[in-house]
Design a protein around this ligand. Structure first.
Ligand code: NAP
Ligand code: SF4
Length: 673
């Protein structure tokens, strides 16, 4: 047992014949870096940094063992010696840093995004455009060969083992359920038949690779879909897989087609540990907990309570390569915490872009940025302590510049402070904590309560000025709006400077319009209290029912406000929201009775309410409060000091500005200065 901070998390563990230096697994993630021209080099940079950062076991992003199983038509695949050779530099750099690494074998089955997809039966996934071809018996035998070949190639490339994906609605989990498997041959029907393919794959790999090769299996601990597995079936599968040679079960909950959020910010931390703990109780091999575990304290608590043997975290390692080293060395307050926004990771993957990270612009781009000290340290003024200014100031200071950060408010964070009030977005507090620590450790001089202008800057010996003074809410010009006490701006409402009456109209359905609706309607504990979340979504925490779902979800609590949301654009409400998170907010708000009107023309506001036209119809939206969420305009402070001036973030351009762009612009400028 380790004697430092987080002793359980940091203690070594024997898995199969392999000893891991601690109980932290960096979980597999799609990054699409595998498609880059210099993929091997970039992946070595990415995984090498996490290995040097202290993680015990790394699982790569998924590689398909054959053409049908790729998430996309072009892979990523591990089918040939050439493909394996490119990965040798990855395993070398990881081993040199003392970590172990498994290659993830991922056959996506009917969840694949290409026309050549296959499945146990010809049943289309509700979230897919394509109907899969049902595998023949011979195809299944070939698939087992393909998994074995992939494991062989991985071993030759230096991997310590493989992780086989048996969850999420990918091929192997499809075989286990009647939802996707209605075969009547030896691969379907009885529970044993439905389990046959995953068990045969594990048996074959173990037979070929011997005892020293790590086999981890990503098992669905609760499918969260109708006709998913029952707990008893999951236990039977796990026992059969253990007998076939699995060394470690890494948990997972939900299928991608489930209508229950499992990883995004509306999910409380560790909300699904119940399913992992239930599974672990009947098993002789270690089990890793997963889903919304993003701090060392949450991870250590799970292990200390005996709910799991290891912890599987993926996105937290995009956010901070040094997560483990910082936790181990008592510097947990310096961890750049994953806020579960999905904005640059999952949302990018789902829209064919490389993954990145909102809070860490260098994630998966380790070889592209040069963070070495500045050749000529200079004295720099940064105006504005929002995300752009914080990112720039701390990056520049870390490179040796003498940085002073001016912030007009008495605290840092800018609009991040507003986000913290939105249900589910309390994780943004971690970003503020991270920057407070980083300002300290990089030696930035912080001047709060100071509106910096040309006069403040003059005569202080600055060599350059960075203007990161942000944006201001846009006030539309509409007859009746000006001077009406019912009209409030979103920032005043979110900051608690004003309150809303019972009937609320929200003008603007961008990210902030939705945030305001959530603020008004959704109880905060839904995203922070696992029991409230489990009850709202009707989760069967005993996992006795198929899919781990109760037949009748507990109804939502009544709303305190009657809310109408409006926008001028026609089409789907909230179309600009993140693809992996927008649906959660939309469906929850609809459940709370929100009326969403699109294709609206605003006419005027009077005592009766907001007059609108929608197509041929005219209507009046009666209201007590009209919240303006119609975007922002840049708010650059004027600094005519004769010094070089750099504009970043909302001060440069407010269109589609979010925290991701602000932090990225700040980081890039911080490296250039
Ligand atoms: P936004 O996304 O640009 O939305 C502004 C809304 O106001 C739109 O619905 C727009 O729709 C309407 N609008 C714009 N100008 C108007 C005018 N003159 N009169 C009436 N309506 C007008 O801006 P935002 O909601 O302020 O968000 C700012 C940024 O933060 C965006 O990039 C957003 O993606 C990001 N953000 C993201 C999240 C998230 O959860 N991912 C949350 C908050 C903010 P019409 O023009 O069709 O009426
Ligand atoms: Fe976490 Fe958001 Fe970064 Fe993804 S983009 S790793 S969810 S902070």
């Amino acid at each position: 047992m380790s004697t430092g901070p987080y002793p359980t998390l940091m203690s070594p563990i024997k898995v199969g014949h392999t000893v891991l230096r601690n109980r932290v697994i960096m979980g597999g993630m799609h990054t699409r870096v595998e498609f880059a021209e210099n993929a091997g080099e970039r992946l070595a940079g990415f995984y090498g940094a996490r290995a040097r950062g202290g993680v015990g076991l790394i699982i790569t992003g998924g590689y398909s063992p054959n053409a049908a199983g790729g998430y996309d038509a072009d892979g990523p695949f591990l089918m040939t010696k050439d493909q394996a050779a490119d990965l040798e530099q990855v395993t070398e750099v990881v081993h040199a840093a003392g970590a172990k690494i498994c290659l993830q074998i991922s056959h996506t089955g009917r969840s694949a995004r290409h026309e050549g997809l296959v499945a146990p039966s010809e049943i289309r996934s509700p979230i897919s455009r394509f109907t899969p071809r049902a595998l023949s018996h011979d195809d299944i035998i070939q698939t087992i060969d393909d998994f074995a070949n992939c494991a062989r190639l991985a071993r030759n490339a230096g991997f310590d083992g493989v992780e086989i994906i048996g969850s999420g609605g990918y091929l192997l989990s499809e075989f286990t359920t009647r939802r996707a498997n209605i075969r009547d041959d030896i691969w379907g029907g009885s529970v044993e038949n439905r389990h046959r393919l995953p068990v045969e794959i594990v048996r074959r790999i173990r037979a070929e690779q011997g005892a020293g090769f790590l086999i981890t299996y990503r098992i669905g601990a609760a499918d969260l879909v109708e006709d998913g597995q029952t707990g008893a079936e999951i236990d039977q599968l796990a026992a059969a897989l253990t007998g076939a040679g699995v060394d470690l079960f890494t948990g997972y909950v939900g299928w991608h087609e489930s209508r229950i959020p499992t990883v995004a910010y509306p999910v409380p931390r560790a909300a699904f540990t119940y399913a992992i703990n239930r599974l672990k109780r009947g098993l002789s091999v270690p089990v890793a907990a997963c889903n919304r575990i993003n701090t060392p304290q949450v991870a250590d608590d799970i292990l200390s309570r005996g709910e799991a043997d290891m912890v599987y975290m993926s996105r937290p390692f995009l956010a901070d390569a040094d997560f483990v080293a910082k936790a181990r060395d008592g510097r947990a307050d310096a961890i750049n915490t994953c806020i579960a926004c999905n904005q640059l990771c999952l949302d990018h993957i789902m829209t064919d872009r490389e993954a990145g990270c909102l809070v860490n612009p260098a994630a998966a781009r380790e070889t592209q940025f040069d963070e070495t000290p500045a050749a000529r340290p200079r004295k720099i003024a940064v105006i504005g302590g929002g995300p752009a200014g914080l990112s720039c100031a701390t990056t520049a200071a870390a490179r040796g510049h003498d940085v002073t950060l001016f912030e007009a408010a008495d605290h840092i964070g800018g609009q991040i402070n507003l986000a913290c009030h939105v249900p589910g977005k309390t994780e943004y507090n971690e970003l503020l904590r991270y920057y407070r620590t980083r300002l300290d450790t990089t030696g930035v001089t912080l001047r709060t309560g100071r509106t910096a202008d040309a006069e403040t800057i003059a005569g202080q010996g600055f060599d350059a000025v960075v203007v990161a003074s942000g944006s201001l809410p846009r006030q539309p010009s509409l007859p009746g709006l000006a001077g009406d006490a019912r009209v409030v701006m979103y920032d005043d409402l979110l900051a608690g400077r004003v309150t809303a009456g019972p009937r609320v109209a929200i003008m603007g359905m961008g990210g902030i319009g939705f945030d305001v609706a959530k603020f008004l309607l959704i109880p905060g504990e839904l995203a922070t209290d696992p029991e409230a979340f489990q009850s709202y979504y009707g989760l069967d925490t005993s996992v006795q029912q198929a899919g781990g779902l109760l037949e009748t979800p507990v109804p939502a609590q009544g709303p305190h406000h009657q809310v109408t949301m409006l926008q001028r654009k026609p089409g789907r409400p909230g179309a600009s929201l993140g693809v992996s998170t927008g649906w959660i907010g939309r469906s929850t708000l609809q459940q709370y009775g929100v009326d969403m009107l699109t294709g609206v023309t605003y006419s005027h506001l009077d005592a009766a309410g907001l007059h609108i036209e929608q197509g041929e119809k005219t209507a009046v939206v009666a209201l007590d409060t009209l919240v303006i969420c119609t975007g922002q305009d840049p708010h650059p402070v004027a600094v005519q000091s004769g010094l070089p001036v750099h504009l970043i973030g909302g001060a440069r351009s407010a269109a589609e500005l979010d925290a991701a762009r602000a932090i990225d612009e700040g980081y890039r400028l911080g490296l250039q200065l």
